[in-house]
Design a protein around this ligand. Structure first.
Ligand code: NAP
Length: 349
């Protein structure tokens, strides 16, 4: 077993980590860290548990520690980080001197020598780990996963990008409130309402997607060569981001062929049969009223993205459109880091 810890363990994503790691065949939780508000308390006492699944017995009595390498038990190999971005920027590099850090935070995602990875999309970016350790003299390293809405979008674009030539993508999101953390959006602001702005989200979707679909050329990532425009919105859904996606190709393609590449898409996690990998990363539904967050967010334990309403777009030449749903705290956050760690555990550690 590999001993693992969770940074930001009491938060929205931290709780998902705990749920996904409970009974994991390869990883065992031995350390939980959060802010000084929680440090020193039993995990059960420190945490307002919000998931439908009960808090696992195995973590209730763990004493939450301060988030610093000095406070961390030596008996940990991988740290999953779900820290607020500003704090992550400060402490993740300190932890990476000695530990493997699999991070959800955006702080280090676009740093040149830090791999930003979706295992089905760009596992080869893990080659940056060796460069990172050499550059910084670290024994550990940082690997990051993308923003929640980016992961779902990129998983669906990858098979299209590989099979056809994309000119442009427009995406309009309807994002769940859990994406903002437990205290992120007051109920009085979101019930009976929609908020048409999520700070930095559009910029992250636009830059991370092109980076993930790009090529690793030695030490540099060369971005994918199409343009992408995102408009991001918060809606009163608890879990599950919905996205309306509009794609322009360089020539006309049959919808049946587009569906075919999505349905048959598989990547390295499926080939290696990693524990958390979905059988099919992208599921395509034919019903007119799918996907819906409540019905589809937990597809394949929340690790698959569900696509529907795949159809031609009459407004633009050579274009089609679809709707997707992905679970933001599972495939879009904790599950993404756990899958990265499973791949690292199999290929690198
Ligand atoms: P959250 O619910 O607000 O949880 C934040 C966690 O960080 C809590 O455990 C909190 O501990 C801890 N923390 C806060 N300030 C700290 C400090 N100064 N020192 C040490 N620990 C501190 O937030 P979240 O939604 O889980 O998001 C966490 C990270 O994941 C963010 O970077 C976010 O952008 C990213 N992310 C979130 C999602 C999502 O869908 N929610 C998706 C992708 C990425 P206390 O309880 O002790 O305060």
């Amino acid at each position: 077993m590999v001993n693992v810890g969770v940074l930001g363990a009491t938060g929205m994503v931290g709780q998902r980590f705990i749920q996904l790691l409970d009974k994991h065949p390869d990883f065992e939780i031995t350390a939980l860290a959060a802010s000084s508000r929680s440090a020193g308390k039993r995990y059960e006492d420190a945490t307002t548990w919000y998931l439908n699944e009960s808090m696992p017995e195995s973590v209730k009595d763990i004493t939450v520690c301060e988030t610093s390498p000095e406070a961390m038990s030596n008996d940990v190999d991988i740290l999953f980080s779900s820290l607020p971005t500003e704090f992550a920027a400060k402490v993740e590099p300190e932890f990476a001197k000695d530990y493997v850090v699999a991070s959800n935070a955006s702080a280090m995602r676009m740093v040149d020598d830090v791999p930003l990875v979706i295992p089905e999309v760009n596992p080869e970016f893990l080659d940056l780990i060796e460069i990172q350790q050499k550059n910084r003299g670290w024994d550990g390293f940082i690997v990051t996963n993308p923003n929640c809405s980016t992961i779902a979008l990129t998983l669906t674009l990858k098979p299209i990008y590989d099979a056809f030539k994309i000119n442009k993508v427009y995406v309009s999101t309807m994002q769940a409130v859990s994406g903002a953390g437990y205290n992120g959006v007051p109920s009085m602001a979101i019930v009976d309402n929609l908020i048409p702005y999520i700070g930095n989200e559009e910029e992250k979707m636009e830059s991370e997607t092109l980076h993930l679909l790009g090529n690793l050329d030695g030490t540099d990532v060369v971005n994918a060569d199409f343009s992408l425009s995102a408009s991001c919105h918060r809606v009163g859904v608890i879990d599950g981001h919905t996205e309306a996606v509009f794609v322009e190709l360089d020539k006309n393609e049959d919808i049946a062929d587009i569906k075919n590449v999505m349905v048959n898409f598989k990547g390295l996690p499926q080939e290696l049969d990693l524990y958390s990998s979905p059988k099919n990363p992208v599921i395509v539904k034919d019903e007119d009223d799918r996907p819906q967050p409540r019905l589809d967010r937990l597809s394949d334990n929340g690790m698959a993205v569900t696509v529907g309403r795949l159809r031609k777009d009459a407004a633009m030449d050579n274009s089609f459109k679809y709707v997707l749903v992905g679970h933001n705290t599972i495939r879009g956050a904790a599950g993404a880091s756990v899958l990265n760690a499973e791949l690292i555990n199999k290929k690198i550690l």
